[in-house]
Design a protein around this ligand. Structure first.
Ligand SMILES: [Zn+2]
Length: 258
């Protein structure tokens, strides 16, 4: 039962507010507007497409929203251009030389096709390469699955270390954990079953950010909601969590932490 998505404004989704959604066109920029009982207008861009989402107070008219977005149009265009140029944000072509993010760094992909049926990905730190072995003629979908498997294996190796470190410090125990292909949140915590899930996408992010997400989810075992007590516990265990949260958001925006 995690509300973690509230922390990741860049790629958050609000499913409960679909009824108040509309689409606005502001000087050729398509903007998804969701009206909510809030005081101020919030603007966010979703990678990799750079889709613009706005949360607006209920009483604001379309014209008023357009008006308040006017001064930010240049910023939106610049951000969208940056997303479009980010090599890892684009649809992957799975060819050698392409950049792929791994644990917060950018690596060149080297695709090695062979007659063997075995597939693997090996990280070469010195050459900053991810060497992918695949059968001859493997499709892009196949290569994407091989990479996902590598990401998953990375996280499955790292998570037990995080749990071993943090559970005794925090005095909690996750009864089960796993890795899930979640695109809209970094992690979830089922407080009743004491089950923690981390997003597969975290394998692209810096290790300290993965740790931050794990601590966040474990804090939910002590405090279910994002209350002041929750944040006090975060500060107690991980005093620099706001910086890590920012770093994670920034990394997600770039899909790279470089
Ligand atoms: Zn949370």
């Amino acid at each position: 039962m995690s509300l973690f998505h509230r922390l990741i404004t860049v790629i958050s989704l609000e499913s409960s507010t679909l009824a108040h959604q509309s689409l606005l066109d502001v000087e050729g920029i398509s903007i998804e507007v969701t009206r909510k009982p809030i005081k101020h207008l919030h603007l966010r861009l979703r990678p990799p497409s750079g889709k613009v989402q706005v949360s607006a107070p209920m009483h604001l008219t379309d014209a008023q929203i357009k008006c308040s977005l006017q001064p930010r149009l240049d910023w939106i265009r610049a951000k969208q251009a940056a997303f479009a140029q980010s090599p890892v944000a684009q649809e992957k072509s799975w060819i050698s030389g392409e950049l792929h993010a791994y644990l917060g760094k950018s690596y060149r992909l080297v695709v090695v096709e062979s007659e063997r049926s075995r597939s693997s990905v090996t990280m070469d730190e010195a050459l900053q390469q991810l060497v992918m072995q695949v059968p001859k003629g493997a499709s892009n979908e196949y290569k994407a699955r091989v990479m996902a498997h590598f990401y998953r294996a990375t996280l499955k190796q790292y998570i037990p270390k995080l749990l071993a470190k943090w559970q005794p410090i925090m005095g909690v125990e996750a009864l089960d954990w796993g890795v899930k292909d979640m695109r809209t949140r970094w992690g979830t915590c089922n407080t009743r079953d004491k089950r923690v899930w981390l997003s597969l996408m975290l394998a692209k992010m810096p290790v300290e950010c993965i740790e931050y997400v794990m601590v966040h989810e474990l804090v939910h075992l002590l405090e279910r909601n994002h209350t002041p007590r929750f944040h006090a516990l975060m500060t107690q265990f991980l005093p620099n969590w706001p910086a890590l949260q920012q770093q994670l958001n920034q990394s997600a925006r770039n899909e790279l932490s470089l």
